[in-house]
Design a binder for this molecule. Structure first.
Ligand SMILES: [Zn+2]
Length: 248
């Protein structure tokens, strides 16, 4: 079923959401040419993240591929958040096609931040604005255009509106210009947090980060802002959606 198009929402600013591609990771090492894979069936993304952190010291040749939660928002506009990676099989265009959509049916792409795993598949959307915070580029439009071309629509400030019913909050910590998206749904408030919330779900649940964690103070400040929003659903970049009760 095609999602609603601009003007089809009857004046409502509510959004529906679904995850087009769930987050996932692949971890491997190579020792003297011998490949070892660390991808057990049924694991969640953060299990592999933890294992990856643990094996790096003993395996100088190591790698990880991470795909973020790629989210489709349907409402006053149709939005793809964090298109993810380009790879064989083209999973993102296929996930859209499965829903009767093509990239041309999407009005906006939003990147929660400009890291490669979130932005590489922007290339599937050559004709629409790519929304990203200018602080990802040191506030330099010229730098943004280098990576994003003329269609970068740069956000500025601490919060604001991206489209009717779709707001952003700047939540630095993981990166300088990381944002959270805030939308209302018929089941309450949705917050898409990107990598602002992570890497382990327990960190956000306990509001504690390990000693020396990069950007910890700013992350905790951003987490407090997210909790103040009291979301019914919170979608982190690399963990499954968290449901009501997250704000304790
Ligand atoms: Zn990421």
């Amino acid at each position: 079923m095609p999602g609603p198009r601009v003007g089809d929402s009857g004046g409502s600013t509510l959004f529906r959401w679904e995850i087009l591609i769930p987050t996932q990771r692949y971890v491997f090492t190579v020792d003297s040419g011998r490949l070892e894979e660390y991808n057990r069936q049924g694991e969640l993304s953060f299990h592999r993240f933890s294992r990856y952190q643990g094996l790096k010291a003993d395996h100088p040749v190591h790698g990880m591929i991470a795909w973020p939660n790629t989210v489709l928002l349907s409402g006053p506009v149709t939005v793809v958040v964090d298109p993810g990676l380009v790879m064989q099989g083209e999973p993102l265009p296929a996930a859209l096609a499965e829903r009767g959509l093509s990239p041309g049916d999407v009005d906006l792409v939003v990147n929660t931040h400009a890291h490669m795993d979130h932005v590489q598949a922007n290339v599937y959307f050559p004709d629409i604005p790519i929304v990203v915070h200018e602080a990802e580029f040191g506030g330099s439009p010229a730098r943004a255009r280098t990576g994003f071309g003329e269609r970068a629509r740069l956000l500025s400030g601490d919060e604001g509106e991206i489209a009717p019913g779709l707001r952003f909050l700047r939540t630095p910590g993981h990166s300088e210009g990381s944002i959270c998206l805030v939308a209302e749904t018929d089941r309450g408030r949705l917050v898409i947090a990107g990598d602002t919330v992570g890497p382990l779900p327990s960190y956000f649940a306990s509001m504690e980060l390990p000693a020396g964690f990069p950007g910890a103070d700013r992350l905790l400040q951003s987490w407090r802002r997210i909790r103040e929003l009291d979301p019914a659903v919170l979608i982190p970049g690399h963990n499954p959606p968290m449901r009501a009760g997250i704000s304790g």
